[in-house]
Design a binder for this molecule. Structure first.
Ligand code: PEP
Length: 256
């Protein structure tokens, strides 16, 4: 893992997968396979909304964090289909994904909405993983750094220095998510360095050093070690491979 003192953080984003029985079984298997690693690595799982309560019960007092894949920024009211921060707090959720690429590019969430969601999460006392990343067309056009800095800057608007202690950034190149294509470790490290410099410019070198930046995009048990050896990479946000407790545990071990 990195030579810095940042505690690695591995998240498992289950997306719109599992059913009730398999969600509980997977959570149970993840507790068994990863429960002993939580002192050395923060671990979170992000099940679909309807299974948060059952998965939360399965996690019990183990220190694996219950995460939500999204939230709405309004506290309550006529927002059909949406879920508030208080609802997540009621279910013992600790951390929320904000601006995942599937929400940006499939559901078409914009920068202002993403920023409002992040502020709501932080004001509620929850932690957040803010996801940024370029598309293939943007990478090919040489716009990778510009896109990441822009998504980061707009996403973090009005987030205070103190709140930054509860923010993790996930660098997830869109072309690497769910495709089996992994960023080259040098490219990932370079994007992470640009993101960290940008946090330093927005806040301070100290905050930049403390903020964890995960890599996400087709991380699996085979490629995790090489990626996580890069000092800029503080763990991973894992989709497909997080549906297999054995692979997920191997990724956690690679992060330690
Ligand atoms: C993700 O869902 O954030 C992700 C990176 O997915 P995958 O690991 O399947 O590419």
């Amino acid at each position: 893992m990195s030579t810095t003192s940042r505690k690695p953080f591995v998240g498992g984003n289950w997306k719109m997968n599992t059913d009730l029985a398999s969600a509980v079984e997977l959570a149970d298997n993840i507790v068994a396979a990863c429960g002993q690693f939580t002192e050395k690595c923060d671990i979170a799982i992000f099940p679909p909304f309807p299974y948060l309560q059952a998965v939360g019960h399965t996690l019990g007092n183990h220190n694996i964090l219950l995460g939500a894949q999204d939230v709405y920024f309004q506290p309550n009211g006529a927002y059909t289909g949406e879920v508030s921060t208080q609802m997540l707090l009621d279910l013992n959720v600790k951390v929320v994904l904000i601006g995942h690429s599937e929400r940006r590019h499939v559901i078409l969430e914009g920068d202002d909405l993403i920023n409002s969601k992040l502020l709501a999460v932080l004001e509620a006392g929850l932690s957040a993983v803010l996801c940024v990343g370029e598309t293939l067309a943007q990478r090919d056009a040489g716009e990778t750094d510009q896109v990441n800095v822009s998504q980061l800057t707009s996403g973090l608007r009005n987030v205070t220095e103190k709140q930054m202690q509860r923010v993790t950034i996930a660098y997830e190149p869109v072309w690497a998510i769910g495709t089996g294509k992994v960023a080259k470790k040098e490219d990932a490290a370079s994007a992470h360095a640009v993101i960290r410099q940008s946090i330093s410019d927005l806040y301070s070198p100290n905050i930049a050093q403390q903020t964890r930046i995960q890599y996400g995009g087709s991380v699996n048990a085979k490629n995790a070690s090489e990626l996580f050896l890069e000092s800029q990479i503080d763990g991973g946000l894992v989709g497909g491979a997080s549906l297999d407790s054995g692979q997920f545990a191997a990724i956690v071990q690679a992060a330690i």
